[in-house]
Design a protein around this ligand. Structure first.
Ligand SMILES: Cc1cc2nc3c(=O)[nH]c(=O)nc-3n(C[C@H](O)[C@H](O)[C@H](O)COP(=O)(O)OP(=O)(O)OC[C@H]3O[C@@H](n4cnc5c(N)ncnc54)[C@H](O)[C@@H]3O)c2cc1C
Length: 371
């Protein structure tokens, strides 16, 4: 069969990977010269630790798929480095203890470590914390390298063609027409537009149950030493459903977040890039219109938390940016698959887990379509 896939982010690319893997032919359209949506702006974290229990199987499947992909496509930079969530207060410690003792702790690879064991695992963490929740199944990829590397791998199949700078304008049945008037015929059309919910998507499926979320990020110059795991702070417990329970309720009730962190709905996540710099974030903004510029206060907060854990000054910040992802607001849906016609689907809304889940979502759609 022949598929036309619209959108060159991780969702479109993972769907192409699944279809090519099953012997089909793929024409892939991206409106920009290179994808520049959420995928290239993210941490590249393949994040198992805080996923809800009902998403765990899919998440672990995706993590295994990333590992396989990493073996075949070294350019994606897959590394099974794990993560440590560092806790600073008794209330955060209680959440970490509950997670380490929870029914899915073994599957996630959770273990609560005292500060000496944290430092044995990640010697760059010379600062202050009470304990660390290690998650051995967390992993990372290089977001800005992954898409071109995957496309080169797909092209080698001889059944994949990528059209950059090609905006899909109309989809009628199995025919897609781009903004140069080129026509592409397919058995299935998959529209993976990221956070572009208007235009083509609205014409195809109207208003779907998704919202957009904006995040602020930064990257430092090389650290000069390895940060052997990704790190997170205890505020991250507040944003991941896998930590829900009485200890988290108590944390939320008794311990208010620092003013800037609460105002910008922040957590610290930090991962070292292969070039040695640290990608650090993030904030969450839900109300549109979003700011078009980045706000400095969250960066001051992230810098002070990261420096507290590292016990040293951060290297200079060399880049700051914001990114927007699409998030399903249907609590029963991990991703939104909206059917526009028999053979036309719009697929978006994986939220802050799209990089993690991309490969498994691509396989899941391929199963649904009996590819
Ligand atoms: C700052 C930030 C950090 C994140 N960190 C993580 C993380 O560490 N781990 C994780 O799992 N997830 C993370 N996420 C979420 C993850 O990045 C997204 O869920 C995922 O990248 C979504 O992929 P996508 O392909 O749907 O969208 P995008 O990557 O946005 O790609 C959509 C593409 O479609 C193209 N397009 C749209 N309309 C058309 C059209 N009509 N014709 C042609 N092309 C079109 C766009 O140009 C765009 O390139 C993060 C997100 C952000 C913003």
């Amino acid at each position: 069969m022949r598929l036309v896939i619209i959108g060159g982010g991780i969702l479109g690319t993972a769907h192409a990977l699944a279809a090519i893997g099953r012997g089909h032919e793929v024409v892939h359209l991206e409106r920009e010269v290179e994808a520049r949506g959420a995928t290239v702006r993210n941490f590249g974290l393949v994040w198992v630790s805080g996923r809800a229990a009902n998403e765990l199987e899919l998440t672990l499947r995706s993590r295994r798929l990333w590992e396989e992909i990493g073996g075949k496509v070294p350019g994606v930079g897959f590394r099974p480095a794990g993560s440590i969530t560092l806790v600073r207060t008794e209330a955060e410690l209680a959440v970490a203890e509950a997670a380490a003792a929870g029914p899915t702790a073994a599957e996630r690879g959770f273990e609560l470590l005292d500060p000496d064991r944290v430092r044995a695992l990640n010697p760059a963490l010379r600062g202050k914390f009470l304990a660390g929740l290690h998650c051995s199944t967390d992993a990372a990829v290089e977001s800005r390298q992954a898409l071109p590397a995957l496309r080169a791998y797909l092209e080698a199949s001889g059944r994949y063609s990528f059209y950059a700078g090609a905006e899909a304008r109309t989809v009628t049945g199995g025919t897609v027409i781009d903004d140069r008037g080129r026509r592409f015929d397919a058995d299935h059309v998959l529209v993976c537009p990221g956070a572009a919910h208007s235009g083509l998507v609205r014409e195809l499926v109207g208003d779907i149950p998704v919202r957009r979320v904006r995040l602020q990020m930064m990257q430092t110059a090389p650290l000069g030493e390895p940060l052997t795991t990704a790190i997170a702070d205890g505020d991250s417990f507040r944003y991941y459903p896998g930590f829900a329970g009485e200890p988290l309720n108590r944390l939320n009730r008794e311990e208010s977040q620092a003013f800037t962190a609460a105002r910008h709905k922040m957590q610290l996540l930090c991962v070292q890039r292969l070039h040695g710099g640290l990608t650090i974030g993030d904030t969450h903004e839900y109300d549109e219109p979003f700011a078009f510029d980045v706000d400095e206060a969250p960066y001051d907060h992230l810098t002070s938390v990261a420096e507290e854990f590292l016990g040293r000054k951060l290297p200079p910040v060399v880049r700051r940016w914001a990114g927007v992802y699409s998030q399903s607001i249907d609590p029963t849906a991990i991703v939104t698959r909206a059917r526009a016609a028999d053979n036309v689907w719009v697929i978006t809304g994986p939220g802050g887990r799209g990089m993690t889940l991309g490969p498994a979502l691509g396989e899941e759609t391929a199963d649904l379509l009996h590819l």
